[in-house]
Design a protein around this ligand. Structure first.
Ligand code: UT7
Length: 333
């Protein structure tokens, strides 16, 4: 005999209601960067696909970018901010060590109820936040959740280090998730599966050399890029094939593949390895560089906005980043 909890567990699907994004005004081209550090447009484009990135103004903190993206997602969803009962911000560049950036977004949106917290999984942050939100919704405890990925990585960069400063940018993206009663995510829409992984042994490959608990500094991003690249494709394959195995779907069944936007070569190599046709790959890294936790919702907002991703489409999201962390989310739009 079922009890209240198991019945509730089976009832709710987490459906994507709307998507939004925001980029700061200031756009920095490769040529502009090449004037300050020994690099070239040709090298950056050939090795990464990146042509430009956006840089937040001093008063544009992560919560400011996140709030703009959240407003756009709420408007796209036709949902009032007051109907949101949970705000999750995936970020590694919070406004302050505390309080959580999510609480500042909650306040800016005028939400006076529910809960708000940050989640930190670096470039995998959006996938981890989406998985977290899905579990809150599926449990029946929360009905409408704002899931935001927002970053000001420009504040963490060592602008004299050409091996990292050319790769990252600032931005934010958001989705509104809503619990729908009954049905089946695979057929009726919603998050079908999520697979999350972490392995802290890889810290030194990609990290920030500061923090309140170590040296009391913000620190700078440090990366062994070649090693990260070497691991990335295998990790992406791991979580995407896990989603395929669990759901019984294949790469051919996917309508869209929306990867974390770090490097065009990683995106293309992953698609080839997984057997995803190039025409199904959503790539926006060329326009905003690697925005860490913001990159997937930025790509989603682009592909939903231009009509590529439509209701009923089967969409695979994946990401890999510092930690290492990596994850996938399979979604029926
Ligand atoms: O979000 C997840 C986290 N990050 C990533 O996914 C990044 C993963 N890694 C990468 O995307 C690539 O490894 C990079 C784009 C970082 C580098 O590309 P690569 O093809 O692996 O280049 P490399 O590190 O092997 O460097 C090749 C050469 C080196 O010179 P030498 O040793 O061959 O003389 C570098 O010093 O390119 C040099 N180089 C540059 N040259 C011009 C490194 N950075 C630059 C630069 N401009 N910005």
């Amino acid at each position: 005999m079922g009890n209240r909890l198991t019945e509730t567990n089976l009832r709710w699907r987490a459906v994507v209601r709307g998507v939004g994004a925001y980029l700061p005004h200031r756009c920095m081209s490769n040529a502009e960067l090449a004037a300050t550090v020994e690099t070239s447009d040709e090298w950056i484009v050939q090795r990464t696909g990146i042509t430009q990135r956006y840089i937040a103004a001093p008063d544009e903190t992560t919560s400011v970018l996140a709030t703009h993206a959240a407003r756009a997602a709420l408007s796209n969803a036709g949902v009032d901010a007051n109907d949101i009962d949970l705000v999750i911000v995936a970020t590694s560049t919070p406004d302050y060590t505390f309080p959580a950036t999510a609480t500042q977004v909650q306040a800016a949106l005028g939400i006076r109820h529910g809960a708000a917290f940050d989640l930190q999984a670096v470039c995998s942050g959006f996938v981890f936040a989406l998985a977290t939100a899905e579990k809150f919704i599926r449990s029946g405890s929360h009905r409408r959740v704002l899931v935001i990925g927002a970053e000001t990585f420009s504040r963490l960069l060592d602008w004299t280090d050409r091996t990292t400063c050319v790769l990252f940018g600032d931005g934010a993206g958001a989705v509104v998730l809503e619990g729908e009663d009954g049905g089946n995510a695979f057929k009726d829409g919603g998050i079908i599966s999520t697979h999350l992984r972490s392995d802290g042994r890889f810290r030194d490959k990609l990290f920030v050399d500061g923090g309140p608990g170590s040296n009391g500094m913000t620190g700078h991003l440090r990366m062994e890029g070649r090693d990260v690249f070497r691991h990335a494709v295998g990790m992406i394959e791991d979580v995407v094939t896990a989603a395929f195995a669990e759901s019984g779907i294949t790469a051919d069944d996917l309508d869209w593949f929306v990867p974390h936007q770090a490097n065009r070569r990683i995106i293309d190599a992953s698609a080839v390895k997984l057997g995803v046709a190039p025409s199904k790959v959503v790539a926006t890294v060329q326009l905003h560089a690697n925005t860490s936790a913001a990159s997937i919702p930025l790509a989603l907002a682009t592909a939903c906005g231009d009509g590529r991703i439509k209701k009923g489409n089967l969409v695979m999201l994946e990401a890999m980043g510092g930690g290492f962390t990596w994850g996938s989310a399979l979604v029926r739009w």
